[in-house]
Write a protein that binds this ligand. Structure first.
Ligand SMILES: [Cu+2]
Length: 690
């Protein structure tokens, strides 16, 4: 049995198979042991290893893993299940795929973004594609695409591999992860299990935040690999969890997911036909939220429970054609169908909700046709362009709609004005990008323009408590149209790696959610949330650099900024994070590592109260803060890494600008926003064997 370092995989290894151009991968010389700010090494593409330890220690979910990639921020709701935001764009503007599959949450109140069903360490690679600069991964990804992927290599001979980790930290945090892969050249098996658990954390003021969670997952796959170019894989997953939410009156008591997927790919079929791929999948999410499982309830009569579910069926088929060494194109089709239901119950018999029938409230279907071209104009010049068309259908199955609470805390049920309506539309997306490698310097420059039409999602059209500005239903909200210019550069010399990416974005019919709007209802006035189409502009970018001072010392830094306007209202665009910078200093002698990280976030005075997205709305301005953290690592032998850290060393009390407002939860202090954790000490052991 030979050991191998799988733990500090150079990013170059991870880039193999990169969605864009694996043939132009450049080596990364400045990989980190404890990941603090993954770099963009290829135009618009950031690749990171989800098995590597990172600082600050993330909740074991997808959103927190993304948060340390410059450009990302997270809307915090409690201890886990935050919503990832890229360049101020939340929710469905960010297309998140798990091994090519979509999994959209069930919760009408957004307790479960797709990342709530992601257990990052059970994946091998996370790829972020910034901007509307690919059409291969489904419709609507106007802000970007995130791919969580497993890459199971064909076994050269019978053997096995194991990857595992144990984590312990403040506030009762404990995680266990195991992933085993065994196989022969012809067949393989992969199985993984993850479990993570945390008590309530304390903010920097020592106030306990209602935030405890327990989550676990299992997944397994069997594959057939008769040769190096063929793979057939059947996979399945089951996961569940519960999580406390400090920002609302209910908690998540169940986040059950069942999944089955079938994938086929064959490459190098002929000189022209480079690859064919096919995929089918099924995801079922069964979610329960209530106000009595994870918090005390005032009386049995006050019990409330919601049990939504969502069934997602999807598939994809694509062929990559190689017209010449310089020209490749991928053509394909994909589809997805979603059926959402809801049942609710309240009062002393709330728990008997399971005997109630589920009522379908909406369904969505889309069929897409796409093509993406990669063409080298010369050794140094590359053109990438794509086009896709999607046919959409949505049905509103609600007979009744429900209002938000009014000032007296009352909710009203009324006839749904769009009951039984169906929408059909065809939307398109396209982009083109030019990349140029300088001859005189290890620099790549790029510029691209992309336009995406995004069909409104379940939360924008249907989800309880939202209406349009004029009618009692938001079902006829217009699609959002994003036109974005992306420019940037990457630089990769021996000691210095640097990148800069900028964007300018015009959004027509930006789908905005505005809360606390007064609307007359019968004789009274209700305070409701409405969905509005407004025009918006955003611009900003990210910059990062890492410089090796010596063979052992390295400094790195990253900056991210976004600024936006709501052009219709003449105000700042809401829910945009402020300017953020990170500065790191690291020592690594291949056995020991020590690192320090300073995260500086400026004040945000540009806000628009009560406006935002399906996840959250602006509350007010926030002050700036600086958070200092320390980390260290020890590699006792190949295949083993012990890493640890102290996050927020000075126990600063702070909240991210876009985080949700704190709710009144019995036994807890109510805060303006959900504060981030105070000082957190953690230790993680990674082991890789084969
Ligand atoms: Cu929920």
């Amino acid at each position: 049995m030979k050991n191998k370092i799988l733990l500090s995989l150079p990013v170059a290894t991870l880039l193999v198979g990169n969605a864009f151009a694996a043939d132009t991968v450049k080596p990364a010389r400045l990989e980190e042991v404890v990941v603090t700010a993954p770099m963009m090494l290829e135009p618009l593409t950031v690749v990171t290893d989800p098995k590597a330890p990172r600082q600050p220690i993330p909740a074991h979910d997808g959103a927190d893993y993304l948060k340390n990639i410059p450009g990302f921020s997270v809307i915090r709701k409690g201890g886990t299940d935050g919503d990832p935001v890229l360049r101020g764009m939340a929710a469905s503007r960010l297309n998140i795929l798990l091994d090519g599959e979509n999994i959209l949450g069930g919760c009408g109140n957004r307790m479960d973004p797709p990342t709530a069903y992601i257990f990052p360490e059970s994946y091998d690679r996370v790829t972020v594609i910034k901007g509307p600069q690919s059409v291969l991964y489904g419709p609507g990804s106007s802000a970007g695409t995130v791919l969580f992927e497993r890459t199971i290599k064909r076994f050269d001979q019978a053997g096995w591999k194991f990857n595992g980790s144990l984590t312990a930290g403040s506030f009762g945090r404990n995680d266990q992860v195991a992933d085993i892969r065994a196989g022969t050249p012809d067949f393989y098996f992969q199985g993984a299990g993850t479990r993570t658990d945390s008590g309530d954390y304390k903010d920097g003021n020592g106030r306990t935040v209602h935030s405890a969670y327990t989550r676990w997952s299992t997944n397994a796959a069997v594959g057939w690999t008769p040769d190096n170019n063929t793979r057939l894989e059947l996979s399945g997953a089951h996961s569940d969890g519960e999580a406390a939410y400090g920002d609302r009156s209910m908690d998540g008591a169940k986040f059950s997911r069942d999944n089955v997927g079938l994938k086929f790919e064959k490459s190098k079929i002929s000189a022209l036909l480079d690859k064919i791929e096919g995929q089918l999948y099924y995801n079922y999410v069964d979610h329960v939220m209530d106000n009595y499982t994870l918090r005390p309830v005032a009386s049995a009569a006050a019990k409330m429970v919601n049990n939504p579910d969502r069934e997602t069926t999807g598939g994809r088929a694509a062929a990559t054609l190689k017209f010449s060494d310089a020209t490749k194109a991928t053509l394909g089709v994909d589809f997805q169908s979603n059926i959402h239901t809801l049942r609710t119950s309240m009062g002393a018999t709330a728990e008997s909700y399971t005997s109630k029938p589920r009522a379908e409230d909406a369904n969505f279907q889309n069929y897409g046709l796409f093509g993406e071209l990669n063409h080298y104009l010369s050794q140094q010049d590359k053109l990438v362009a794509g086009l896709r068309a999607d046919h959409w259908n949505a049905e509103d199955k609600r007979t009744a709609a429900q209002s938000t609470k009014d000032a007296a805390g009352l909710m009203y049920t009324y006839t749904n004005p769009t009951a039984g309506q169906s929408r059909d539309t065809t939307l398109t997306s396209s982009f083109a990008r030019y990349e140029h490698d300088l001859v005189t310097s290890p620099t790549t420059l790029y510029a691209g323009i992309g336009r995406t039409e995004r069909f409104p999602d379940y939360w924008e059209l249907i989800s309880a408590n939202k209406e349009s500005a004029t009618t009692g239903s938001a079902f006829n909200t217009n699609p959002e149209k994003t036109t974005q210019l992306d420019v940037g550069a990457t630089y990769n010399a021996g000691r210095l790696t640097a990148s800069v990416s900028g964007f300018y974005n015009k959004i027509g019919d930006y789908i905005m959610v505005q809360s606390k709007v007064n609307k007359t209802y019968m004789a009274g006035v209700r305070s409701i949330s409405i969905v509005r189409n407004v025009d918006a502009t955003t611009w900003g970018g990210e910059a990062g650099a890492a410089y090796a001072l010596s063979d052992t010392w390295k400094v790195d830094g990253a900056l991210s900024y976004v600024r936006g306007d709501n052009d219709t209202d003449g105000t700042a665009l809401a829910q945009l994070p402020p300017l953020e910078g990170r500065l790191g200093l690291n020592y690594d002698n291949k056995v020991w590592t020590v690192g320090a990280l300073l995260r500086l976030v400026s004040e945000q005075t540009r806000y628009d109260a009560n406006k935002g997205n399906i996840v959250g709305q602006d509350i007010g301005k926030t002050g700036g803060f600086g958070i200092f953290s320390l980390n260290g690592g020890y590699r006792p032998k190949k295949g083993m890494l012990v890493a640890g850290g102290i996050d927020n060393l000075f126990d600063k009390a702070y909240a991210e600008h876009i985080s949700r407002a704190g709710a009144m939860v019995s036994g807890y202090d109510q805060t303006i926003r959900i504060n981030e954790p105070g000082r957190t000490v953690w230790l993680k052991l990674n082991v890789a064997l084969d």
